[in-house]
Design a protein around this ligand. Structure first.
Ligand SMILES: *Cc1c(COP(=O)(O)O)cnc(C)c1O
Length: 357
């Protein structure tokens, strides 16, 4: 049976590395099943090193996260929602809401009144991502939200669109957030905790750290940065070789016979494919890929590899839905051997068990 293997010591090392690089409090982003590492396991690993604020996007994650981290931890719901039932859920579960529009403020205020509380919230500012958030030009709307009695603003934040490669654009977004904070304070309100940096910004644009950083992918060691970091790449899929066969020279492989083997080829069938997420994730920044393809022409198409018996072997053709053909010519690969496939845990189906070693 396939499994996704996570080396706990490497994960803990990455968390320690992030805490050290941050030097300000870290909000642990555990969306998407804890970046594919398991929501509970990831949250507990963070909590064990003193992280006490967490962020999620899906409301279904609130209950299991609360169960893992306890009542004392802060949970920021990063989705700014104008839906009444979602706002009620956020308020009733004692989370911190994100307010990114007047409609979201209305929904949250109504939920707070119904619950007889002031709703804890952070202002979400859209400084260039184009997703949730008030535009910096909407200061009148923003200040009207701060004036509402049912809302208790404790902080404000924005999300970077290109921190993995564009420092200038990131700085412009940062400065837009700081201007909103200044205007809020000038109007007599407290801006509270300002936060912006995601994983690439933490390493690429240190001045973006502000009062807190919101980190997810760096814990998995799968983050694009301009300079090398001490982070270790964590996690791999383990799947078994279910059979081996020999193809004569000239044989076609896969749909359409697009791949032809030039020589007699030993092929191992590995029981995992695109269904498990193999061959789907691309973690290279566009600029790097551009440089690569300029250098290598059409051959820049990323070569997929699978490790069997401690050696990397090339994949033949494209990965199939639930099977990957691997060229193991000249090796001693047999049915029953285990293959390691490097893939981003976020792409791995939640059906695949996560195993901590
Ligand atoms: C996912 C997310 C993060 C974390 O980003 P990483 O690059 O994975 O660290 C931070 N903030 C928001 C709003 C997010 O959606």
């Amino acid at each position: 049976m396939n499994r996704y293997v996570i080396d706990r010591a490497l994960l803990e090392g990455n968390i320690a590395c992030v805490l050290q690089a941050a030097s300000v409090p870290v909000m642990g982003v555990v969306k998407a099943n804890g970046y594919g590492f398991g929501l509970r396991e990831m949250a507990l690993a963070l909590k064990a090193q003193g992280v006490n604020s967490f962020a999620i996007t899906e409301l279904e994650d609130i209950a299991p996260l609360r169960d893992a981290v306890g009542e004392g931890a802060d949970i920021l719901v990063m989705r700014s929602t104008a839906l009444a039932d979602e706002a009620r859920h956020v308020v009733e579960s004692g989370c911190i809401a994100s307010v990114g529009s007047v409609a979201a403020a209305d929904a949250l205020a109504a939920a707070a009144r119904a619950a007889g509380v002031r709703a804890r919230c952070h202002l979400k500012v859209d400084t260039g991502f184009g997703r949730y958030g008030f535009l910096p030009a909407q200061m009148d709307d923003v200040l009207a939200c701060y004036a509402r009695e049912d809302l208790a603003f404790e902080g404000m934040y924005t999300h970077f669109a290109a921190a993995y490669h564009d420092v200038a654009a990131t700085r412009a977004q940062l400065s837009a957030l700081e201007q909103v904070a200044e205007q809020v304070e000038r109007a007599g309100f407290a801006a509270g905790v300002r936060h912006a940096a995601n994983s690439p910004a933490l390493f690429n644009v240190p001045e973006a750290k502000l009062d807190m950083v919101r980190i997810g992918s760096a814990f998995t060691g799968r983050v694009i940065t301009l300079a090398p970091t001490p982070l270790e790449r964590v996690g791999y899929l383990e799947a078994q070789v279910i059979d081996v066969k020999t193809l004569p020279a000239g044989s076609g492989v896969g749909y359409g016979g697009a791949t032809r083997v030039k020589r007699e080829t030993q092929v191992a069938f590995v029981s995992a494919g695109t269904q498990e997420g193999f061959g789907l994730a691309v973690e290279k920044p566009p600029s790097l890929r551009g440089a690569l393809s300029a250098a290598k022409g059409a051959a820049a198409h990323r070569r997929l590899e699978v490790e069997i018996g401690g050696r990397a072997w090339p994949v033949l053709g494209e990965a199939d839905l639930s099977l990957t053909l691997v060229d193991v010519t000249g090796g001693d690969v047999r049915a029953g051997d285990w293959a390691r496939m490097d893939l981003n845990p976020m792409m791995v189906s939640p059906k695949v068990p996560r195993v901590y070693v």
